[in-house]
Design a protein around this ligand. Structure first.
Ligand SMILES: Cc1cc2nc3c(=O)[nH]c(=O)nc-3n(C[C@H](O)[C@H](O)[C@H](O)COP(=O)(O)OP(=O)(O)OC[C@H]3O[C@@H](n4cnc5c(N)ncnc54)[C@H](O)[C@@H]3O)c2cc1C
Length: 287
């Protein structure tokens, strides 16, 4: 319950944050909504000597929907993702996923940046960002760079974020008008991380699936893009046999942990169930 002591810093710009990280080194951590980091600090699983609070950093709380280009600042909270009508119109799966994250109080504080940078496979946004083929904008001592969500996750809590870098925003192209979407998450109770979850985005053309992307949450050390599942669905009429094959292809790439959520086989089986349900819902929503 009691974290270790630390120095608190509140920079006003990305440049100042990056300079602080360089100066304070390994023992410093940025803090966003604090709803993953503070619990870890209370358990002393994280013992940073310096906390660099991103709350006052200019420009990190912006949401920009410009035509198909969507850019969401790292400090946009889950609550604001749900609230934004512009985001809901351009990319409704963001709202659907956000409402399944944690609970209202956590969503007032927890941020998109923290959720995707955290590296916990339990977080829901990373797989969604893989399904959307989003890019993460990173700023560090060497300047800025962009890394695809599909390339960002290496293992539990290991990401492509280099020491001294912060994530400033997430950017993606809105799925095309009339697309179908669904985020299906099986969990034991409100605020639980998924036993298994699937994000599905697809488009239909005359009843045939013209594109599909499928990504999975909390069934491996990292989020998983189920490429084969997407490929099986694409070009099909989403008949039961094809969807079943896609669901099984998705389940086949999982490597879930055995924990209080159940044994490996159960979580793998559930992955296929989530994919089937998400495809069915997405199909009904596609125009
Ligand atoms: C009871 C409970 C239930 C929850 N349930 C869910 C759930 O079902 N699904 C889900 O997805 N999440 C869940 N969460 C997590 C919650 O959504 C967190 O808010 C989120 O994972 C992290 O966001 P944050 O802004 O709080 O980040 P913080 O806790 O502030 O930071 C998390 C980590 O990310 C790093 N970080 C934060 N921002 C940046 C940045 N801009 N650049 C680089 N590194 C950064 C920090 O240094 C830290 O290592 C739950 C949390 C709690 C306490």
């Amino acid at each position: 319950m009691i974290p270790g002591s630390f120095e608190y810093h509140r920079p006003a710009s990305v440049g100042e944050t990056v300079d602080l990280l360089a100066r304070l080194g390994e023992e410093s951590r940025v803090i966003a909504g604090g709803h993953s980091l503070i619990p870890m600090m209370k358990l002393r699983l994280a013992v940073p000597e310096h906390l660099i609070d991103l709350q006052s950093v200019e420009g990190l709380k912006d949401i920009a929907v410009e035509g198909d280009d969507i850019t969401i600042g790292a400090m946009v909270t889950q609550h604001r993702l749900i609230e934004s009508e512009a985001l809901a119109a351009a990319c409704p799966i963001l709202r659907e996923t956000s409402t399944q994250i944690a609970d209202p109080q956590i969503r007032y504080c927890g941020t998109l940046g923290g959720n995707v940078a955290n590296g916990d496979p339990g977080n829901d946004m990373p797989a969604l960002m893989q399904a959307l083929d989003a890019s993460y904008l990173l700023a560090g001592p060497e300047g800025t760079r962009e890394v695809k969500a599909r390339d960002f996750y290496e293992a539990a809590y290991f990401t492509a974020l280099n020491e001294g870098e912060i994530l400033t925003a997430v950017r993606f192209t809105a799925p095309s008008a009339g697309h179908g979407w669904a985020y299906e998450k099986q969990k034991r109770k409100i605020g639980d991380y998924a036993t298994a979850a699937a994000a599905v985005l697809l488009t239909l053309s005359g009843g045939t699936c013209s594109s599909a992307s499928v990504a999975l949450t909390n069934v491996a050390d990292t989020p998983l893009l189920a490429e084969e599942a997407g490929a099986i669905l694409t070009g099909s009429r989403l008949d039961a046999d094809t969807v079943d094959r896609a669901a099984k292809a998705a389940a086949a790439i999982t490597d879930p942990a055995e924990d209080g959520r159940g044994p490996v086989e159960f979580r793998r089986h559930l992955t296929a169930v989530m994919v089937r349900r998400a495809v069915a819902t997405a199909q009904t929503r596609a125009a």
